[in-house]
Design a protein around this ligand. Structure first.
Ligand code: ZN
Length: 445
């Protein structure tokens, strides 16, 4: 018997954290922040402290863990997105004996976050290669933990399997099933089948888009969308500005390759782009190395944009700000705070989707209005999601064949459609399929 504590990410899209409590040991899957809360905060301050984030509700509520502090053995981090890794630097210090485990890219991002915020993290940091395993000793048993390669929108994302004497627990938050990824390998079906064959007690699974009747398209489709907007539109003598998720290295690769084919130089502008591109470079998976310039410091940004402004037809600018975040590069360019002048029929390409929160939606609407006043062309949603839809979810359930299922990654509006699907597939509400909110405890026998 073990207990599942659904700590964070079950009332909101963010601050993901799920803990598995055995008699003597606790393991924590993910330790993320709640992004919209942080964006709110950043309007008033630059580097939020742990206390500020906690007061803003941006961190998972770890009161259960604190009561059982000494039993926490490890934080197992699935991937490099901030809603999965971003709270480690604020919370792991409370559990100094617990290891923090992740793939090289995830850990490299964590190290950058720790360095930038000058956080004190003394926990042992354990790097595990994609598609490999580690063992962690508990008080009375040793646990084997697999980090299985899965496809998502940032490199080296893993489905984590925790093997215990009470059965295998699979954590698949976030994923899509992409057999033709632009970077990295397809999902490791062989390993998934091997684990399924031995029996899976519980599957905790990303239900974010389980309400969408689809199988999410491959990243190769997003690549074709980027190609189309760059090649079938007349950009002669005009500026091209593209904004996308900084952590989406595969998308940056496609943008870089097609921009080169247009005979334009690519300049990546912005601190978070530099952070993710440099991390990819450090762990040896960067497709950008030596092929594009990365500019992040204010003075550099200004002088480079001044030059580009005069020879706009020679460049593609890739910058931060697709969610119109205050003080992002695109926000400052549009507001005229940087030395770049938009001219009629310049293009702004959003290789992203607006995250549907009121803060983001209203900021983007304001940005779009300003761009349109300058007669700038806007290409929105040149993007394919990294999260699976309803049919990816069905495939994952069919692959793992778990005894129990807990849908995760959002409030009841996101998890209810997943429950409906698994009920169709034969699972029983409250018995083998569990609808959870933050702070719930499920006992699995
Ligand atoms: Zn993610």
């Amino acid at each position: 018997m073990f207990k599942v504590h659904t700590i964070g990410g079950y009332n909101e899209v963010g601050k993901n954290m799920t803990a598995i409590e055995f008699q003597e040991d606790i393991f924590v899957f993910d330790c993320g922040i709640h992004l919209p809360a942080v964006i709110d905060l950043q309007e008033s301050t630059q580097e939020p402290t742990s206390k500020m984030l906690e007061d803003a509700g941006a961190l998972p509520d770890d009161s259960f863990l604190m009561k059982n502090r000494k039993k926490v053995r490890a934080f197992l981090i699935s991937h490099a997105h901030l809603d999965h890794v971003g709270a480690v630097l604020h919370m792991a210090k409370k559990y100094p004996q617990a290891e923090v485990v992740g793939t090289p890219f995830t850990i490299e991002i964590l190290k950058t976050l720790i360095k930038d915020s000058r956080a004190l993290v003394r926990n042992k940091i354990h790097i595990v290669k994609p598609d490999s395993s580690i063992t962690i000793r508990g008080r009375k048993q040793t646990y084997k933990i697999d980090f299985i390669n899965i496809t998502h929108s940032t490199p080296q994302t893993s489905v984590i399997t925790l093997h215990s004497k009470d059965g295998a627990i699979v954590y698949a938050n976030d994923y899509k099933l992409d057999d033709t990824p632009v970077m990295g390998s397809p999902p490791n079906y062989k390993k998934i089948k091997e684990i399924a064959k031995k029996g899976v007690k519980l599957l905790i699974i990303d239900a974010l888009y389980s309400g969408d009747d689809r199988k999410t398209h491959s990243e190769k489709i997003a690549r074709a969308m980027v190609e189309e907007v760059l090649f079938t539109v007349d950009h002669r003598n005009k500026a091209i500005i593209i904004s996308t998720f900084s952590s989406h290295i595969a998308r940056l690769k496609s943008i870089l390759e097609f921009s080169k084919k247009l005979n334009r130089k690519v300049v990546f502008i912005g601190r978070s782009l530099a952070k993710y591109v440099n991390a990819a470079q450090k762990v040896g998976i960067s497709p950008i190395k030596g092929k594009a310039e990365i500019v992040s410091y204010t003075k550099q940004v200004e002088s480079r944009l001044r030059q580009i402004d005069k020879r706009r037809h020679e460049y593609v600018i890739v910058c931060t700000g697709h969610q119109a975040e205050p003080n992002s590069i695109l926000d400052r360019m549009v507001a005229g705070k940087l030395p770049f002048n938009f001219k009629p029929q310049d293009s702004v390409i959003f290789s992203s989707k607006v995250i549907p929160t009121p803060v983001n939606q209203s900021a983007r609407a304001k940005m779009d209005k300003k761009l349109k006043q300058k007669d700038v062309r806007i290409f929105d949603n040149v993007h394919v999601s990294g999260h699976g839809g309803r049919e990816d979810l069905r495939e994952m359930v069919n692959l793992f064949k778990p005894k129990h299922i807990i849908p995760s990654h959002g409030g009841l509006d996101k998890t209810t459609p997943a429950m409906e699907l698994v009920k169709e597939m034969g699972y029983k509400y409250g018995e083998t399929a569990h609808l959870c909110q933050n702070g719930n405890v499920i006992e699995v026998k």
